[in-house]
Design a binder for this molecule. Structure first.
Ligand code: SF4
Length: 76
């Protein structure tokens, strides 16, 4: 799955939402989140983000590793 890093917090442009073909990106109070169980790994959202906050979970920097768990918790 793709994951939105916490750099989203300062931007929250939301341009990723309408681009996702499976509609799995939702707005949280602090940032946007991708539903890791629904994401089909198409990568379309990556280029839509003006602050390059979206990466494949396998490419998450060490300091961002908690973001996948936050997304899982957000979608329950
Ligand atoms: Fe949606 Fe594709 Fe981004 Fe996954 S990688 S969140 S399916 S746009």
């Amino acid at each position: 799955a793709y994951v939105i890093m916490d750099t989203c917090k300062d931007e929250k442009s939301g341009e990723c939402v309408s681009i996702c073909p499976v509609d799995c990106i939702e707005e949280g109070t602090d940032q946007y989140y991708i539903d890791p169980d629904a994401c089909i790994d198409c990568g379309a959202c990556v280029a839509a983000c003006p602050v390059s906050a979206i990466v494949d979970e396998n490419d998450l920097p060490a300091e961002q590793e908690g973001q996948l768990e936050k997304a899982e918790a957000f979608f329950g």
